[in-house]
Design a protein. Structure first.
Length: 68
């Protein structure tokens, strides 16, 4: 997990070393002089982690081990 609440996943048992994916909470872009209220860090639930992993693996081409 990164400091901003986003996450990195590495597929350690996959055929391609260091292959994985990342994601995180939506972020807001603002211009100079605009303040954004500080939000509490959102921590994903175990179910949300599992769903992200299932979605990633569901996109993998079994022959290459990569998203095609």
């Amino acid at each position: 997990m990164r400091d901003d609440g986003s996450e990195d996943y590495t597929w350690e048992s996959g055929p391609n070393e260091k292959y994985g994916f990342g994601g995180g909470p939506a972020q807001v872009a603002v211009g100079p002089g605009v303040s954004v209220p500080t939000a509490e860090l959102y921590l994903s639930t175990i179910s949300e982690h599992r769903e992200s992993i299932r979605n990633f693996l569901g996109m993998i081409d079994p022959e290459t081990g990569y998203i095609e």
